[in-house]
Each structure stands twice: as structure tokens, then as C-alpha cells.
Design a protein around this ligand. Structure first.
Ligand SMILES: [Zn+2]
Length: 429
């Protein structure tokens, strides 16, 4: 007797018609024709059942603040930072908590149940940190939220930033962040990476650096980050977020850099929506794409996962908490349109991101947490194409969100009355 059985599931690895038996919040059986009964059964009707989406790079303290106190006119990263600097001193903890909880509601309906959020530690009040720690506790029953202490205005550049970052970590923030390309000089950027890796090693914490989010091919803080990772023995526990300068770097230099990153087991986190929106702003034409070298990094064996980064905030006016939108953009910007390419992109939104965040018990195998999402699509490729509705979102064996399938009604003589834009158009490869 199971608590729940999800029947007729297509799995991300290509298995079809699978039944998933769940008991006590865990996956107990994954097999064809599961001969058992359950308190509740859900028929997935030959649609994709995936582990939840994972966002390894977000800004929960800034989300849904679009238009406050004004819009970003130039659309640049630097105006976004300046604009956030105007809003930050006047936000209240209540507003921050309210916006973050509203975002998490949206995330759950999108099947997004694991989020790593950077939290700005630049304001000495640390109201952002207090608010996000409260949110982390409030959403714990349905979202695993990791927090990164992020000195947005620079670790050395902003007075008081060193003390504030340490206080944030003392308060219980999980991960050490940084922004070396925003320090005053390359030298101070390098020094900040060294200092932040030392803090992480001393405290036994992971590292996640906003690294080289610029079109400057000489922005090479990722090299220092990889080297310091090895020096402090932090292999596998360090993430380089963005790495957009790698797009513009000299190919010979990159041929030496990527093996160093692989040796350091750096987790690579491009943010395709933000990168294509914010990078190349100083170019006329041709205009650079600005996303890092996803295919080359994957081919070198690095763990690549994609972040949403921003939703309706000073940097990005778009977004809907949908990691498939992130993957959809990644396919375009990285030009990864092949069948195997798309499978890798879907893995980057799920298993790779779970690895980046170090999530225990993630996946659809027996013994793992009973966290899963039923999508209105037949497989992972179709999910990326359609960004379909999440018909059911299950956390520890309980349905926590449902959405009705998207069905179009047609009123045309001689044509079908109803269209399921996904199932009715599945390609035969
Ligand atoms: Zn970011």
C-alpha cells in the first residue's frame, strides 16, 4: 500500500509508461505496471514526469521590485546596480519578505522547488539578510532556499562591506559570494577572490562568485577563482556565476583556462536571459552575445547549470519563475539545437543544478525524495520547446500545486475542435 502512485510517466531518461510508487515522502518503486494500491493515484497520461526544477542563481531580495523607485532606462548592468542602490536604503523587511514569498508562490506553480539566492550585504542594516533568513524558514516546507552573502557594491570597494559580509555569515547565510569585476581595480578584484576563498575555507562553506560579468576579455578573475579553489582544497564546492567575459576571451587563453577550471571542479552558472539582455551593451554591430562558452565547458566535463538570476527587478523587467524559459534561451544563445544538446540543456536545469547546490536525495530513483513535476509535454525536448503547464507539482509525496492543461478550442469547419499544442504535435525524430 503506497501513499501515492503516479502512473504512465515518461521519464527524462527516455523510459516510458513508468509507475512511480511513493510512501513516507520517498520514492519506493519506479517500474512498469506497479502491482500495488495507493491512497491516491495520478495518471500522468504518457507525459513527462521530471524531478523539480532547480535555480542555482537568483536574487530573491530584489525580485518583483520592478519600477521601484524608477525603471532602468539604459538597461545596463551598471544602471541596474545604481538603481538597486537607490532602492536598498528605503526597503523594509516586511516588503522584502512579502515580495519573496509571492515569488516563491509563483515558483512552486512552475515546479521550481530549489533556489539559491544571492543576498545583498551592502546595506549595513542587513535588513535584506534578516528578511531572506525569515523567508528561508517560511518556505522550507515547500522550497529549499540557499542564501549567498553577496557584497553587491564590492568587497573592497564599499566601506564596511568586509564587516557586513562576515556578520551575514554569522547570522546563518550559507555561502560566500563576491563580485571581483566590480572592485575598483583588477588587483583588488583578484585580492577579493583570494580573501573570499579563505573565508570559505576557514568557515567550511561553499563559494559562489559573480565572476567576470563583463564583455572585457581581460577580465580573468575565473582563473584566480580556480587557482584559489585548488589552493584551499575547495574542489567541487565553488561556483563561478556568469563568466560572460569568457565569450570574448582569446581562444588560446581559454584553451589553458578551461582545463584549470576542470581541475578545480568549478560549477559553472551562466544566466542566459540576463546575459543576452545585459551583455554587449557597449558594442555597436556586430554585437556580442555575452553568454559564456557553454558547449565547450560541458565538453570539458564541467558541471554547467543555468540560473534565472532576475525576475522583474532593476536588472530585468521580464521573467516568470520558469526555468524552461531559461533553458529555451540557453538553446538559442548557445546554439545547442541538436537532440543530445537539448537533453544536456534539460539536465542543466535539473540534475546539474542539483549538483551545484549539493541537494541530497534529488532525482527519480528509488530511495530519493518524492519531489516531482508532471508536465504537459511528452518528453524533455518538447518541454523545452513548449514551456508547458505544470499539471501537478509534488513535494515529499504531497501535491502542492496544480495547473489545468492548456487546450485550444477551434471553431473552424473541417478542422479539429480541440488542440493540445504539445501532444498533438510531437515530432518523429
Ligand atoms: Zn546575479
Amino acid at each position: 500500500m503506497f501513499d501515492l502512485i503516479v502512473r504512465n510517466a515518461n521519464l527524462p531518461d527516455g523510459r516510458k509508461g513508468i509507475d512511480i510508487g511513493i510512501q513516507g515522502g520517498k520514492i519506493i518503486a519506479v517500474e512498469h505496471n506497479l502491482q500495488a494500491q495507493a491512497g491516491e493515484e495520478i495518471d500522468a497520461t504518457d507525459r513527462l514526469v521530471s524531478p523539480p526544477f532547480v535555480d542555482p542563481h537568483f536574487h530573491m531580495d530584489a525580485t518583483l521590485s520592478l519600477g521601484l523607485p524608477r525603471m532602468n532606462v539604459s538597461g545596463t548592468l551598471l544602471e541596474g546596480i545604481a538603481l538597486w542602490g537607490e532602492l536598498r536604503p528605503i526597503v523594509t523587511k516586511e516588503e522584502l519578505v512579502d515580495r519573496a514569498l509571492r515569488y516563491c508562490d509563483l515558483a512552486v506553480t512552475q515546479g521550481l522547488l530549489f533556489i539559491r539566492s544571492h543576498v545583498d550585504t551592502s546595506d549595513p542594516r542587513l535588513v535584506t539578510v534578516e528578511a531572506m533568513i525569515e523567508v528561508r524558514e517560511k518556505v522550507a516546507p515547500y522550497i529549499d532556499l540557499q542564501l549567498v552573502a553577496f557584497p553587491q557594491d564590492g568587497y573592497y570597494r564599499s566601506p564596511g562591506a568586509i564587516d557586513a559580509l562576515n556578520r551575514a555569515l554569522d547570522m546563518g547565510v550559507d555561502i560566500v559570494g563576491g563580485i571581483p569585476h566590480f572592485e575598483r581595480t583588477m588587483g583588488e578584484g583578484t585580492a577579493s577572490v583570494e580573501a573570499l576563498c579563505r573565508i570559505a575555507a576557514d568557515r567550511g562553506l561553499p563559494v559562489d562568485i559573480h565572476c567576470d560579468e563583463t564583455d572585457d576579455p581581460l577580465s580573468r578573475h575565473i582563473e584566480t577563482l580556480a587557482a584559489e579553489t585548488i589552493r584551499f582544497g575547495l574542489q567541487g564546492r565553488v561556483a563561478g556565476s556568469h563568466l560572460t567575459s569568457m565569450h570574448s576571451m582569446d581562444n588560446y587563453y581559454v584553451s589553458k583556462l578551461i582545463p584549470l577550471m576542470a581541475e578545480a571542479e568549478i560549477n559553472v552558472i551562466p544566466n542566459p536571459l540576463i546575459n543576452i539582455m545585459l551583455q554587449g551593451r557597449h558594442d555597436t554591430y556586430p554585437k556580442r552575445r555575452g553568454m559564456t562558452r557553454v558547449r565547450e565547458l560541458m565538453d570539458a566535463g564541467l558541471n554547467v547549470s543555468f540560473g534565472h538570476d532576475c525576475v522583474m527587478d532593476p536588472w530585468y523587467s521580464m521573467g516568470s519563475g520558469d526555468m524552461l524559459e531559461v533553458g529555451h534561451m540557453a538553446i538559442h544563445v548557445a546554439q545547442m539545437a541538436g537532440i543530445d544538446d537539448k537533453k544536456k540543456i534539460f539536465e542543466a536545469l535539473t540534475v546539474n543544478s542539483a549538483k551545484t547546490m549539493g541537494i541530497a536525495g534529488y532525482g527519480l530513483e528509488k530511495g530519493r525524495s518524492a519531489d516531482l513535476v508532471i508536465l504537459q509535454a511528452s518528453d524533455t525536448l518538447e518541454a523545452l520547446r513548449l514551456k508547458p503547464n505544470r499539471l501537478a507539482v509534488i513535494r515529499r509525496g504531497k501535491v502542492i500545486a496544480r495547473s489545468a492543461p492548456r487546450i485550444g478550442e477551434l471553431f473552424l469547419d473541417g478542422r479539429p475542435a480541440r488542440i493540445d499544442g504539445g501532444l498533438d504535435y510531437v515530432p518523429r525524430y
